[in-house]
Write a protein that binds this ligand. Structure first.
Ligand SMILES: Cc1cc2nc3c(=O)[nH]c(=O)nc-3n(C[C@H](O)[C@H](O)[C@H](O)COP(=O)(O)OP(=O)(O)OC[C@H]3O[C@@H](n4cnc5c(N)ncnc54)[C@H](O)[C@@H]3O)c2cc1C
Length: 404
């Protein structure tokens, strides 16, 4: 290692919900922490992909009233979000979700990061390789000033895609292309009307009419619109197949990702144009913003000392060394025809054992977020942001504890 290499106690790859929680938690203990994010803001899918609800923050209950599942970072961010938007948890069937606005999420994250003197944030920086030595990790980062190297005693992989495992060439698994949860495209729309139930129903009819007349693609039938909480703004979400056939989807392949982005924009643009020209409630509507990137629900998963399974989630299994509770039902989106939910017995929350955050056979390395060690079915529960905050926070604590 060259003498000029800067040294940190903890480095966190990826500033999504998990990475943000991990970095802030590590820094709050006084550790010199580096957070590396390839975009110009943190928040991951919750900002760059415009995913606009925090799920998994609350316990599943038949009774009304939202009860937080995990104390700590998840509870703190929920409180900050409610203060920013003025909107509390909403009951949808048996679950409570917290609507969140990506613009507020970015600002909240900026403020939380700025409050930590031992936390350094690198934006527009993409970690690209790691080397291991006896004391820790040498990380290579691609930046506008060229390649940068830093040393960290402990490392947290919060990249969503288990990038550290990919660089090491081992320790991960991934579902077959036909089984992977489908990607989706979320976009912002300026719409002068208030989106009520009547308009929603009318919109469904218009989409069917547009598809039947061959003006809009059939994929538009799966489009859902939801108010953003701000006057005149709604979000549209389209589930995509990911390729010409289900087997073509590869969430890690840049060519496949390129096609997804273009396809998402094409469907969104044709559909909003059709609606705006067809109906008074849509008159004057236009696409106000694209996401930075299409939403990816599942890719690589780490193989950890423990592997959470779908059976664990269904049974609401608890573990002595659990670090957080997973409360979201398993939400399968293995095709672009909408979600299939599987709820745990008696609404029981499932513990996430510490071993799911510890890659097998590797010390000084921890993982948080949607790529923790879980099988495909359990990932369908633990990938939601409420749970990612909690696993990220735990990974940050474990990274600090491993400093000794
Ligand atoms: C369409 C869609 C709808 C969803 N709906 C909901 C919902 O309603 N509620 C909910 O709670 N969850 C929802 N989810 C799931 C949830 O948004 C994600 O699973 C969750 O945000 C994942 O968080 P994460 O921190 O693990 O990963 P990500 O949010 O993917 O964050 C990873 C971060 O790491 C960065 N990164 C990756 N590699 C590098 C690198 N090498 N160097 C630097 N930076 C890097 C990325 O830019 C990104 O910011 C949805 C997901 C999708 C796709």
């Amino acid at each position: 290692m060259s003498p000029g290499v800067r040294r940190f106690d903890v480095a966190v790859v990826g500033g999504g919900s998990a990475g943000l929680a991990a970095a802030i938690t590590a820094a709050r203990s006084g550790a010199r922490t580096l957070l590396i994010e390839r975009h110009g803001f943190t928040g991951g899918m919750g900002t760059a992909s415009l995913v606009h609800s925090f799920c998994g923050l609350y316990l599943l209950r038949d009774e009304p009233g939202a009860v937080l599942a995990n104390p700590g970072f998840s509870a703190e961010i929920a409180e900050r979000m409610i203060a920013a938007t003025g909107i509390g948890p909403l009951r949808v069937g048996r679950v409570d979700v917290l609507p969140q606005h990506p613009v507020d999420f970015v600002r909240i994250a900026d403020e939380m990061i700025a409050a930590e003197p031992t936390l350094e944030l690198m934006l527009h920086a993409e970690a690209s390789a790691v080397e291991r030595d006896a004391e820790g990790w040498l990380l290579k980062i691609a930046s506008r000033s060229g390649a940068v190297e830093i040393f960290a005693s402990t490392l947290v992989d919060a990249s969503g895609d288990a990038m550290v495992a990919a660089w090491l060439g081992e320790g991960f698994t991934m579902a077959a292309a036909t089984q992977l949860q489908r990607p989706a495209y979320v976009f912002g729309v300026h719409n002068p009307s208030v989106m009520g139930d009547a308009m929603r129903l009318r919109t469904s009819g218009l989409l069917v009419e547009g598809v039947r007349s061959g003006i809009i693609p059939s994929t538009a039938l799966g489009l859902s619109f939801r108010e953003s909480g701000r006057l005149g703004e709604i979000f549209g979400t389209i589930d995509l197949t990911g390729g010409d056939t289900a087997g073509d989807f590869d969430p890690l392949d840049p060519v496949c990702l390129g096609k997804l982005e273009v396809e998402g924009r094409r469907i969104a643009a044709t559909t909003v144009e059709w609606l705006a020209g067809r109906d008074d409630t849509w008159k004057g509507s236009y696409i106000s913003h694209w996401p930075v990137r299409a939403g990816i629900r599942e890719s690589r998963r780490w193989l950890g000392e423990a592997v959470l399974t779908g059976a664990d989630v269904l049974a609401g299994k608890r573990f002595e060394d659990e670090i957080a509770l997973a409360t979201w039902p398993m939400e399968f989106r293995e095709n672009a025809k909408g979600p299939k939910l599987r709820f745990p017995e008696n609404n029981r929350p499932c513990g996430i054992p510490a071993g799911c955050l510890k890659p097998r056979g590797m010390d000084r390395l921890f993982v948080g977020g949607r790529c923790i060690s879980a099988d495909h079915d359990a990932q369908a529960s633990i990938r939601v942001m409420g749970t990612c905050f909690a696993t990220g926070e735990a990974a940050g604590k474990m990274a600090v504890d491993a400093l000794g």
